[in-house]
Design a protein around this ligand. Structure first.
Ligand code: ADP
Ligand code: ZN
Length: 745
């Protein structure tokens, strides 16, 4: 085992480290930020690692712990997280233990034995236990070289999840003078980072901050119109996958859960008013993939490590940009494309402001804290209503630069909303109507007047005789209401929240009424445009999605029997790669990124059997390879545009040409053209699904006679019985097989 002193600042990692990484975890490489963190950790330097959720923090302390001698102690805030990590380490054959209050006497004795004998590579404990005198005494004489502190922002009051028990971790420096301390967090603010260094008494730490951008997430912030229908559209886009819907109030959790479940979605509610047991059941059902969607108040999420959450929807605005980043961050931890949608209304923002204010006052918060909370809320609202790229705005908020002009993954860059060109005139009409009705009515009344309603109360007040009555009657009421709130968002109107909320002119109204200032109004396009990001295409192009679903079901049943969360068996990435390459033996299985020796031994046979049975049943080839041999987002692959987005996934499932042509509304020869283009980037194992073997043989035989330079002699030689498309395809396949060493049999 190499010792720490073998590493110097400039040296990169030992090849033996990568050999271990591949054997144990099945990973072919480290991500660049992991590499930097691991180098620092192996140098025995105190380190702060700031990496976004899904960045792969755990591997940064797990891999060094396995690689060298001694014990790594990991401090984690939640029992559930510790248990999952220990299970996941055991799954790859690493000896890891946890010591917590849920262990029985036998388990405790066994853990103690593994620690004392030096067999355990990692020990997971809560902060309060680690600093307790009793536990310190127990650890005396154990070779502890590293302490890793997970979710280290919990030490800071400026973080979004301050935990007093983390404060005591400051004493670790004295209790373990020889150990290096490494802090890990996804929280991006500078203030929290500085606090971590100070509180934990880190010594000349290396602070490694990765990019906070999460390119696999598509952010959308859309005006709220009919929240239930809007949420249903999101759920529908991700049917069968995991998702979280955040609401502000318990009552919303209940009504939305009821609505979605009536619409046929698999959904549970989660809020602080439920019993501990009900909450635990809801959480377990979600983690174990027995339920797809959780509708929750913000209390849900911490301690949820399910990596394949495909969407996070906000039915209401979060309290701050940090909260937004944290909550949306729960989507797509596995790096696969996922969606985060927030449905914004200024009405919610006003409610939230009131709730925040009253709850903080009740809690006796200082004016300083109250002010900070209001400012954060304001920043969040500004984020929502400012139409600049969401990825850029988030990354810049956390002080980093963003270099793409168009992220291709947010409502602004995708053009989900349209700027209303006549915004100025529209705003003037709305503002002058507010003025004419005397700044004495609520939003609904205002909208009725603008729409030209002849309701009793309007006639009685003679508001039908105002010049602004019916001035926007061609515009749907929902849209009008939304615009009123957009004007509130720009301080052109204010909502005076007395007993009845009343709309009044805001501080910026004068400028617009005088024609000096131009407000912005946006309109949501009827359906959100589908993302055309290459990252989405890569996974979809290579994988057979029907097989993927079958493998997911197998994983679920294995997990249930083993009493583990499904992702500990295999992640979605692994299943996707299996569904793409469809390996037929253990050796090829081991080539998949994320399958190490232990996983192969435990689950390999079952999955090989399932893949084989599927391929036989569906007549689908196994051992498919393609030129870029990973599913990583950066891997070059065929660009899918236009009808190829329809044809390619079907071709991937080896559907017949006429079916593909009909579904995509193109000719068979176009479909074959797409297939040929695909074959330029991937080598197919077989084209038997499209061309019967005897026809393939006839074409090759004809080509051997008349040559391959032109197609027409082959066509004629076969007495015009075989189409040009098939001839072209067989020759292309022959060429490819020649290059790749297999042959048409
Ligand atoms: P974090 O704790 O930063 O949110 P995790 O440690 O949960 O992130 O890792 C996120 C996902 O990335 C996990 O599914 C993990 O298996 C995967 N992962 C981590 N490192 C690598 C790597 N080097 N290669 C491939 N996958 C990785
Ligand atoms: Zn963008």
């Amino acid at each position: 085992m190499p010792t720490v002193s073998q590493y110097s600042e400039s040296q990169s990692l030992d090849p033996a480290f990568f050999e271990m990484l591949h054997r144990v975890w099945g990973f072919k490489q480290l991500r660049p930020s992991q590499q930097a963190a691991i180098e620092s950790i192996l140098l025995h330097r105190d380190t702060v690692v700031v990496m976004p959720t899904g960045g792969g923090k755990s591997l940064c302390y797990q891999a060094p712990a396995v690689f060298r001698s001694g014990l790594t102690v990991v401090v984690s805030p939640l029992l559930a997280l510790m248990k999952d990590q220990v299970d996941s380490l055991k799954g790859v054959g690493v000896c890891a233990v946890r010591v917590d209050s849920t262990l029985n006497a036998d388990e405790k004795r066994e853990a103690a034995r593994l620690i004392k004998s030096g067999d355990a590579r990692l020990l997971f404990v809560s902060p309060e236990r680690l600093v307790s005198l009793e536990f310190l005494r127990f650890l005396e004489g154990v070779d502890i070289h590293t302490i890793a502190i997970d979710e280290a922002h919990c030490v800071s009051q400026w973080g979004h999840d301050f935990r007093p028990e983390y404060r005591q971790l400051g004493t670790l420096r004295n209790s373990f003078p020889n150990a290096a301390i490494h802090a890990f967090t996804a929280t991006a603010t500078e203030k929290v980072r500085r606090d971590i260094v100070e509180q934990l008494q880190l010594h000349r730490p290396r602070v490694l901050v990765s990019s906070f951008d999460r390119p696999n997430l598509t952010y959308r912030i859309l005006p709220q119109t009919d929240i239930q229908t809007q949420l249903m559209e999101v759920c529908e886009r991700h049917r069968g996958s995991g998702g979280i819907v955040y609401c502000l109030r318990r009552a919303d959790v209940e009504s939305i859960t009821a609505y979605l479940s009536k619409q046929g979605y698999s959904v549970v509610g989660y809020h602080a008013g439920m019993t501990n047991e009900d909450r635990k059941n809801a959480q377990d059902a979600f983690v174990n993939e027995h339920v797809d969607i959780v509708v929750a108040t913000v209390a849900f999420g911490m301690g949820i490590d399910r990596p394949n959450v495909r969407f996070v929807a906000h039915a209401s605005m979060p309290k701050s940009i940090e909260h937004y980043q944290q909550e949306t961050g729960r989507a797509g931890r596995d790096g696969l494309p996922s969606e985060c949608v927030l449905f914004f209304t200024a009405a919610d923002w006003i409610t939230l402001r009131k709730i925040t204010e009253s709850s903080l006052m009740e809690a006796g918060a200082s004016p300083e804290i109250l002010h900070a909370a209001k400012k954060q809320l304001e920043e969040m609202a500004t984020y929502c209503r400012t139409p600049i790229c969401r990825h850029r705005a988030l990354v810049e908020y956390f002080g980093q630069a963003y270099d793409k002009d168009n992220c291709g993954a947010c409502d602004v860059c995708l053009g989900d909303t349209d700027e209303v060109p006549e915004a100025k005139v529209l705003a003037q009409k709305i503002l002058s109507c507010v003025f004419r009705i005397g700044e004495r009515f609520g939003v609904n009344y205002l909208v009725e007047v603008l729409a030209g309603s002849k309701a009793q109360e309007i006639l009685q007040r003679k508001h039908d005789q105002l010049s602004t009555h019916g001035i926007l009657k061609e515009i749907p009421r929902n849209q009008l209401k939304d615009w009123v709130y957009q004007l509130v968002g720009q301080d052109l109107l204010v909502i005076d929240a007395g007993e009845y909320p009343i709309v009044k002119l805001g501080p910026n109204a004068r400028g617009v009424l005088h024609g000096d200032a131009t407000p912005r109004l946006i309109r949501t396009v009827s359906k959100v445009r589908q993302k055309k990001q290459s990252i989405q295409i890569d996974a979809a192009v290579h994988a057979d999605m029907q097989l993927f679903e079958e493998l997911r079901a197998l994983r679920r049943s294995i997990a249930q029997v083993a009493n583990l969360p499904p992702y500990i068996v295999f992640t979605d990435n692994v299943l996707l790669e299996m569904s793409a390459s469809r390996p037929s033996d253990k050796e090829r299985m081991l080539a998949i990124n994320g399958i190490g020796k232990a996983k192969l031994d435990s689950y390999g046979a079952g999955f090989l059997e399932a893949i084989h049975s599927y391929c036989t049943r569906m007549g689908v080839a196994q051992n498919v390879t393609w030129k870029s041999d990973t599913l990583s987002p950066s891997a070059p692959s065929m660009r899918l545009t236009g009808t190829k987005t329809i044809t390619l996934p079907l071709l991937r499932q080896f559907r017949p040409f006429d079916e593909v042509a009909a579904k995509a509304g193109v000719t068979v020869s176009t479909v074959v053209g797409h297939l040929l283009e695909w074959m330029e980037t991937e080598s197919l194992a077989s084209i038997d699904a499209w061309v019967p073997i005897d026809i393939q043989k006839q074409i090759i035989a004809a080509a051997n006679v008349v040559g391959r330079e032109k197609l027409s002699p082959i066509f004629e030689h076969l007495q015009r019985q075989v189409s040009y498309e098939l001839i072209r395809l067989v020759l292309a396949f022959e060429r490819q097989s020649f290059e790749h060493g297999s042959s048409v049999s």
